[in-house]
Design a protein around this ligand. Structure first.
Ligand code: NFS
Ligand code: SF4
Length: 649
């Protein structure tokens, strides 16, 4: 059913040369057959009368759990728990960023400074916080406090819900899914899904959406906004992507995980001439800082640091034998790295109290000692350079990437600092140059041809004049394939999309950042609705989300907040709700009627593509836009070109 190989060129070459006694997720995926009952969502482990397996018939009737729960209840509960798990990750990430902002404002994290005052003021005004004549630290303290209150609020609304279009919010109000506090909704999800609580699948799934909205318009969105405030709002930057980015004559230090606080400090310290001299003293020409997974996206967007790839590349990166140290914080860190690193000289360093792994060197990160800790980690890597033994397999190749498309920049690129708007994008959709927009996001997965479905869809979508926005490991997959450069538009994009990309000078696939940065897509969608000419709400736009290789609970949370916000979302792989026709119907049809979004599961890549195009064409039809025909557009080209944009700066 699956190949358990990587479509990433360098990755597959390294895997081919792999010693037989080393296992990676690819070999383990072949050996570990998924439990068919759990895979379709029909296993309940919620109480100790069970576990109950809700499969088959009993005297012609559906099997029920010992408590009498039916398969619809069990499947719905399992999904809601996934959404809660994923939302907890993003929520805690947002909370940590808010706590860091507060610490910076209070002078308790002296190694950091607020970098983007303009963004601070913008967020403050959204939160109704006075900015005029106030010191940045005072504003930041109020912003951090207001956002931290989103976690523990019992009654009321999560702050950024107000950024959603009014019509979208109305739907949430009507169906009772406006989130009160982020923590409250997650706790209620755990409460409702325990034994003997909510057994109505629709009611359960509605609460799942409430949790998801708290994630998308709460925890995740605040992560993105605060990270921009602290470390700068991204603008396009050139970088490299591939497992081939490691350098034989330099100290290779990989930063892997999600929260960019420590990573930002490491970026700063490696540029310190004294530390470079120290590296030279050990025989290294310099320090080559490389990113992995979402930390890579964060530091690539802001500093042009190269990325070694996404989830399935993490183990392979160590197998180059060139990594002096891999430092990790939280999320998507395979515990396998600890044992694997022992085959090489690599130091595997954990830094979060929340993600300890046996066998790792643990250097706990504290934001009030950030520079000191970053220096300690870098020195450990440098000292390890002389211990490097040959024996890994290294592929020298690297692809150029343009990353850094924040929603602020996307607005700017459509008209400059003073005239920036989403008008040109809306007009390009209306005229049929751009058929629609797809968010191609989420993990890569060894259960399929890893990164291969991302690559297939990315090319097919742009061929169909669909603008692709990408984040997370999807962005890494596109980057490693060489698709994140403007030239890719000339080569692969359909005629309309190509014309738009040529006029603006942007790639047809825009790298928007890490997975929490999917909220940049929400902000863009809200801006497109406000701009007019398309839908007045996020729902009804010719826009679709696709996570073709998803694996994480975080992906389930993201897919659900897009569905609740009005975007049909298609997930690849086997359906985790396949055991329940009712749950499948609710997520496909009922959510579409109520919110104009949906969460679909489709394992065949061709079918994912046609489903996405079908949603887009149906949305165009409902909006009475001209029927999409490749190469024929209505109206004049209205886009501002590069020269005009520069002139307006
Ligand atoms: Ni997203 Fe980032 Fe990648 Fe999947 Fe994991 S790194 S937060 S969950 S695997 S895209
Ligand atoms: Fe079985 Fe019900 Fe307990 Fe689930 S909650 S394990 S279905 S008895």
């Amino acid at each position: 059913m699956y190949e358990s190989k990587s479509a990433d060129n360098a990755a597959s070459q390294i895997l081919e040369q792999k010693p037989a006694d080393i296992d990676t997720c690819f070999e383990r995926a072949l050996k570990m057959k998924p439990c068919p009952i759990g895979a379709m969502g029909a296993c309940c482990r919620i109480c100790h009368m069970g576990p109950c397996r809700l499969v088959g018939k009993d005297n012609g009737r559906e099997v029920k759990g010992i408590c009498g729960a039916d398969v619809d209840t069990v499947v719905a509960r399992n999904v809601v728990r996934m959404i809660a798990g994923g939302s907890s990750c993003h929520g805690d990430h947002g909370r940590d960023m808010a706590l860091t902002l507060l610490a910076v404002a209070n002078g308790k994290a002296r190694d950091y400074r607020i970098k983007d005052i303009r963004k601070l003021n913008k967020i403050a005004s959204i939160l109704d916080i006075e900015t005029g004549g106030r010191a940045a630290d005072d504003i930041a303290r109020d912003v951090a406090t207001a956002l931290l209150n989103d976690f523990g609020r019992q009654i009321g609304e999560v702050n950024f819900v107000r950024r959603a279009p009014a019509k979208t919010r109305k739907r949430w109000e009507k169906w009772g899914i406006v989130p009160r506090g982020i923590d409250r909704e997650i706790v209620e999800a755990m409460d409702r899904t325990t034994m003997g609580m909510d057994a109505d699948p629709d009611s359960l799934l509605l609460h799942g959406l409430r949790v998801a909205v708290a994630n998308g318009w709460g925890g995740s969105m605040m992560s993105t906004e605060i990270t921009d405030i602290l470390f700068g709002t991204p603008t396009p930057v050139k970088a490299a992507a591939s497992l081939g980015i490691f350098k034989e004559d330099e100290v290779n230090l990989v930063i892997h995980g999600h929260e960019p606080t420590l990573a930002e400090m490491i970026v700063e310290v490696v540029a310190d001439p004294a530390i470079v001299i120290y590296a030279n003293s050990k025989g290294a020409k310099g320090i080559n800082l490389c990113g992995m997974c979402c930390t890579a996206n964060e530091v690539m967007m802001r500093h042009g640091i190269a990325s070694a790839g996404g989830l399935t590349n993490q183990e392979i990166s160590l197998m180059t034998g060139l990594v002096e140290a891999m430092v990790v914080d939280v999320q998507c860190i395979m515990p396998a790295l600890s044992e694997l690193s022992k085959n090489f000289h690599t130091k595997f360093i954990t830094t979060s109290r929340k993600a300890r792994i046996l066998g790792a060197v643990h250097i706990e990160f504290e934001e009030d000692r950030a520079r000191e800790i970053a220096t300690e980690i870098i020195k450990l890597a440098i000292d390890n350079f002389t211990r490097r033994t040959r024996g890994g397999s290294h592929i020298t190749e690297s692809r150029p990437v343009i990353a850094g498309f924040s929603h602020e920049y996307i607005e700017f690129m459509q008209g400059g600092r003073y005239n920036g708007s989403f008008r040109p994008l809306n007009d390009a959709i209306i005229s049929g140059r751009i058929r629609g927009v797809v968010g191609l996001v989420g993990c890569d997965n060894p259960r399929v041809l890893a990164t291969g479905i991302h690559k297939f869809l990315a090319l097919e979508l742009i061929r169909n004049d669909i603008l692709v926005l990408t984040t997370g490991c999807g962005a890494a997959a596109c980057g490693n394939a060489g698709y994140l450069i403007p030239e890719a538009a000339l080569e692969h994009a359909g005629p309309g999309l190509r014309e738009v990309c040529e006029a603006i000078g942007n790639p047809p696939i825009l790298h928007l950042g890490s997975c929490v940065d999917n909220t940049r897509i929400l902000t863009i969608a809200a801006a497109m609705a406000a701009e007019g000419g398309l839908s007045e709400e996020i729902g009804g736009m010719p826009a679709v989300g696709i996570a073709p290789e998803w694996m994480s609970e975080k992906a389930m949370a993201i897919g659900s907040y897009f569905a609740a916000s009005g975007v049909p979302v298609i997930f690849g792989g086997e359906s985790p709700v396949a055991a329940s026709k009712e749950v499948t119907r609710i997520m496909t049809e009922v959510w579409y009627q109520r919110f104009r979004g949906a969460l679909r599961f489709e394992s065949d890549p061709e079918s994912i593509l046609s489903l996405a195009i079908d949603y887009i064409d149906r949305a165009r039809e409902a909006l009475k836009l001209r029927k999409y025909e490749p190469g024929t557009f209505s109206g004049e080209r209205v886009l501002m070109d590069m020269a005009a944009r520069r002139a307006s700066k």
